[in-house]
Structure formats: C-alpha cells, structure tokens
Design a protein around this ligand. Sequence first.
Ligand code: SF4
Ligand code: SF4
Length: 172
Amino acid sequence: MSALDPAVELARGLWVTLKSMFEKPVTYQYPEEKREVRKRFRGRHELHRYENGLEKCIGCSLCAAACPSDAIFVEAAENTDEKRFSPGERYASTYEINMLRCIYCGYCEDACPTEAITLGDNYELSFYDRASAIYTKDMLLDPVPASAMLTPQKTETGVFTRSVPEMENPKD
Ligand code: SF4
Ligand code: SF4
C-alpha cells in the first residue's frame, strides 16, 4: 500500500458524492407526490358498474373459487325488476375481500365473466386493526355515474334478462 492510497480513496469517495449532487433525485415526496404505477400493476380491487348504474357483479362466486388464498366471500341474492342491482337473475348481496390474505395475483379478475372486478392502481392499503382489512362491497364498488341512478333500480320487465353481456369478441 502506497502512502498516496488513502488520498486516492478519499478523492474517489468525494467524487461519488459530488456526482450524485447533480443527478435527478429518485425519491418521491410521498404522500404529497405519488408515484405513477406501471400498467401491469395490481393494486386495490374495484367493483364496476355499467353506465346505467347497474352493478356488473352477478354474485356468481367464480372469483372466490379462483382465489388461491380464500380471500373473497360472496353471498348472492335474487334480483327482481322492482328491485334490481345487476342484470340477470342474481347480484352480490355481500361481497368482501380480506386484504390480509390477498396476494394480488389477479386470478379473481381473470375468472370474472362480466369484468366486474379489476385490480386498480391504488396502493394505499394501510389499516390499524384486522377488522379494517375486510373490504366490503360498499368500499369496493365504483360510484354511480352522474347520469345514472343508485342501485337497486326499478327496471322494465324483460330488458335485463342476461347476466353476462354480449361481447364483441368473447375471446378478448
Ligand atoms: S388478487 Fe388473487 S389473492 Fe387477491 S382476491 Fe384476487 S384471486 Fe384472491
Ligand atoms: S366479481 Fe365477477 S366473478 Fe366475482 S361474484 Fe361478481 S361477477 Fe362473479
């Protein structure tokens, strides 16, 4: 080891510090500044509605069956034209996801025949107790569009007979 080595190492260290002073910061001032997520990001679940305000979820429980961590609980009830929540025969009277169990795999999204449930880009999922980790239907359901009515709705007889909407390309 030469006598100059400590000075060289010191200069190298200072150079790294100096160089990083001119680099763009990679930190985000969260929560004021929120980081944009990638398109494939899977965050908090959302239950969607059609434009007329009816709920897309038909209470079929396929998402619960597909869930590998048994995080979803669905209970279905019958629709009537007097009191309709979703197209078709049934709707989810109870829909809950236990966020402590969820592993954000997206299988529920893939299994859903009406595209009712998707994993959105919200990653703010903190809670203080176990009970708050159960996300209920009210928490997950999209707000009603401005031009639509809340569910349940009174609908015309014989209009909303199909639970699964006709899709242009069902293979999509
Ligand atoms: S993302 Fe996966 S683990 Fe979470 S609720 Fe859906 S199927 Fe279950
Ligand atoms: S979210 Fe989809 S798969 Fe799950 S119960 Fe509702 S309609 Fe069925």
